[in-house]
Write a protein that binds this ligand. Structure first.
Ligand code: NOJ
Ligand code: CA
Length: 703
């Protein structure tokens, strides 16, 4: 178990009815204040930052099914507060040590029903924002019940600029919209048809993590932490008052959550700062999750990996044995069946294992190794895969042995096609087979409409399914990367074998749809990645698809140098080295950065950031004195100044800069880059030009 340095100052007061409302609480640095109030028996909360309103009084509470008098005229039963100031060390992460410092207020409310009900609300106010959750304590009059709706609101009270994706219970794979709150409905009409399973909610609905910026320059990020046994939250805005209200993903019969008291909901989180960099550096969501439940963590290892993956997305090989299932075919018109060749063969997998081994990468992802792919796409069929039977041209046992002999793990792919019931039946057998063969990492996938039919990706049933898969995998000492799961909420602190998730629009969209605009990766860290690492799959060197498919217009909306930068700006302890081995072999000098860059860090400094525009991040590689820096821009070219004052005083560092060539741009000349070497120190300030849709990467080695 982790050792906690705990300096907890505990002061608790028991006040019945007597004290004056509202109750106020301040953050440890005094800059954020919370105000809790009972307005005619209805609980509300409001939030201020540096004296300016962040949330005007906002609603708290629930509507419970068939318990109509729940919440009728609440009064305060008891109220307690305490302060905590401690540090802890994540198993892997962006920094070595995390400070968990907050002031807490816990209010227990009792309603006026003939058979009274109790509910407790716990507020934790950190220097970087607020987390609060509801607890239904054990009580006689409320035992098993159904949540019809959570009433929690976020009253932003002004027409803020927001970075958002449409409310949807099945997918997060949208490109981002940037607009005012009042413009959500008109903007959401223009939707991209490339998402396989979308269940958009009509109206001014958005997903979290939601990034907002007020006219006064206050950045506000709304999300949730520790989503366990409860549905995921979307937000519906009133476009006149700018109050956002919780909408929970429902289940097959329209209910939201089945609860047995005692029960705690996920935390609702509001990260606040007037400095965008502080939003990215916030550890509030992690702090609100439980410490690791895995006692022996020695087998959990951050890594870079290669894979039999891009080939299928480009349409040059297929998942299925017969050679007709590639993403490009499915993506372009959904009908064309072009015969090509099966990707996951023994011979091809060996080639990738050798490539990983020659370049120091830890894993080889193999997709299309198991039977079922001929049947997988869009059929809503229950038993498609068994997760254990290889195609005849894939020697599952021999390849695992070969990989292991080189210190590499095969990342076993489990595409469920959305049939969670089928996966539940196979999970134990499949994980046992992985143990037997020596594969200790798995990539799961949930493309398609969910089975049990009528359930959504984001409902309580599926939230429990994803968490069950992670905990079962932990019991088998297997690391998990999940695609198409519910969006992460910091649970990787509790289950550090949950390495990364997709749960957003990944690089793959660039291969078979209109793709991700150049601003996309400058928004992801402010939105999706607030909840946890993303398996984005960076590192593309061949930017235009026409190289493989004559006449194809798809491309990655990036320069090559920006692809290098993403290894630093998009945090994940597992990073794919996405492009085909031959494309790296052709550009060894730029490939060197991908070989060198770390995936686990002792420190992180966000040097410059504005959502939708640019991000420059510096990270210090674990147990070294070396830093890596990534800088990215949206569709605009810019000159950025990197200030090296974070380096150690009096030391010299060798700097290698990988940057856009002067004539590079994402659309016209994306692969042109330049590499420069120099010596820098703590006083250096270096100007770097970024092309349109470009970026730069730096490695900074202490001499
Ligand atoms: C979608 C995933 O995001 C992608 O990585 C995977 O290759 C396909 N599904 C097939 O499972
Ligand atoms: Ca996906």
């Amino acid at each position: 178990m982790k050792k906690f340095i705990l300096t907890t100052l505990l002061f608790s007061l028991l006040l019945c009815f007597a004290f004056a409302e509202p109750i106020n609480l301040k953050s440890p640095d005094g800059l954020i204040s919370l105000s809790f109030d009972l307005n005619n028996g209805n609980p509300t909360y409001g939030l201020n930052y540096k004296g300016k309103p962040v949330l005007e009084p906002s609603v708290l509470g629930f509507k419970l099914k068939d318990i109509n008098d729940f919440g009728n005229k609440f009064s305060i039963e008891k109220s307690e507060s305490k302060s905590v100031n401690e540090t802890w060390n994540p198993t892997w992460g962006e920094v070595k040590t995390i400070r968990n410092q907050y002031n807490e207020l816990t209010v227990t409310l009792k309603d006026n029903a003939p058979k009274a009900h109790l509910i407790t609300i716990t507020f934790r106010l950190f220097n970087d924002g607020l987390g609060f959750r509801y607890t239904f304590p054990e009580q006689e009059n409320l035992q098993h019940f159904i949540v019809e709706n959570e009433l929690t609101s976020f009253n932003l009270n002004d027409d803020h600029k927001i970075w958002w994706i449409p409310g949807d219970f099945d997918t997060n794979e949208y490109a981002y919209y940037t607009s005012k709150i009042s413009e959500i409905v008109s903007m959401a009409k223009k939707r991209d048809g490339a998402i396989f399973t979308a269940t958009p909610i009509e109206g001014a609905f958005v997903q979290t993590p939601l990034m907002a910026k007020s006219k006064e320059g206050i950045y506000i990020n709304i999300h949730e932490a520790a989503l366990v046994n409860y549905p995921c939250m979307d937000i519906k805005f009133d476009v006149n008052s700018f109050e956002g209200t919780t909408t929970l993903a429902s289940d097959a019969v329209g209910n939201k959550a089945y609860i047995r008291a005692p029960f705690q909901t996920p935390w609702r989180t509001i990260v606040v700062s007037d400095d965008a960099r502080k939003i990215l550096e916030s550890k509030l969501i992690l702090n609100l999750n439980e410490p690791s439940k895995i006692s022996d963590e020695s087998w959990i290892k951050p890594m870079k990996y290669v894979g039999i993956w891009l080939e299928m997305h480009l349409g040059v090989s297929t998942w299925d044995y017969a050679g007709s299932q590639s993403a490009s075919d499915a993506g372009s018109d959904g009908k064309t069946v072009k015969k090509t060749k099966h990707g996951a063969t023994t011979e091809n997998t060996k080639k990738y294992i050798d490539f990983a081994s020659a370049n120091g990468f830890g894993g080889v992802l193999v997709e299309g190794w198991n039977t079922g792919w001929e049947d997988w796409f869009g059929k809503w069929k229950e038993d498609v895969f068994d997760f254990v039977t290889p195609y005849p041209d894939f020697d599952v046992k021999g390849l695992n042995q070969y990989a292991r002999s080189k210190g590499i793990t095969i990342i076993t792919h489990h595409e469920t096609s959305g049939s969670a019931t089928n996966y539940e039946r196979w999970m134990d057998t499949a994980y046992r087979q992985m143990n037997a063969y020596g594969s200790n990492a798995l990539k799961s996938g949930y493309v398609g409409k969910i089975i049990p039919r009528g359930e959504y990706h984001d409902g309580q049933w599926m939230v429990n399914h994803y968490n069950r898969a992670i905990t079962k995998a932990a019991n088998h000492q297997i690391m998990v990367v999940a695609h198409e799961p519910v969006r992460p909420t910091g649970l990787h602190r509790t289950y550090p074998n949950f390495m990364a998730a997709e749960a957003a629009r990944g690089q793959e969209f660039n291969f078979w749809s209109e793709g991700n605009p150049p601003e996309h990766e400058t928004i992801l860290p402010f939105t999706r990645i607030m909840g946890g690492p993303m398996d984005y799959t960076p590192g593309m060197f061949k930017i235009k698809k026409s190289y493989y498919v004559p006449g194809a217009i798809e491309q990655v909306h990036t320069t090559l140098a920006k692809q290098l930068a993403l290894y630093v700006t998009l945090y994940s302890p597992v990073q794919m080295v996405t492009d085909l081995p031959e494309n790296y072999q052709a550009k060894q000098d730029a490939f060197q950065f991908i070989k060198d860059v770390a995936v686990d860090w002792d420190d992180t400094k966000v040097l410059l950031a504005e959502p939708g525009e640019y991000i420059v991040t510096a990270r210090k590689a674990k147990n070294t004195n070396n830093w890596f820096i990534g800088g990215i821009s949206d569709e605009n070219e810019r000159e950025m100044t990197v200030d090296f004052s974070f380096l150690d005083k009096g030391k010299k560092y060798e700097l290698i800069v990988y940057k856009d060539a002067v004539d590079a741009s994402w659309d016209n000349n994306p692969e042109a880059y330049k590499i420069e070497k120099m010596v820098v120190n703590q006083k250096t300030k270096l100007k770097v030009k970024i092309a349109r849709g470009g970026g730069f990467a730096m490695s900074v080695k202490m001499q």
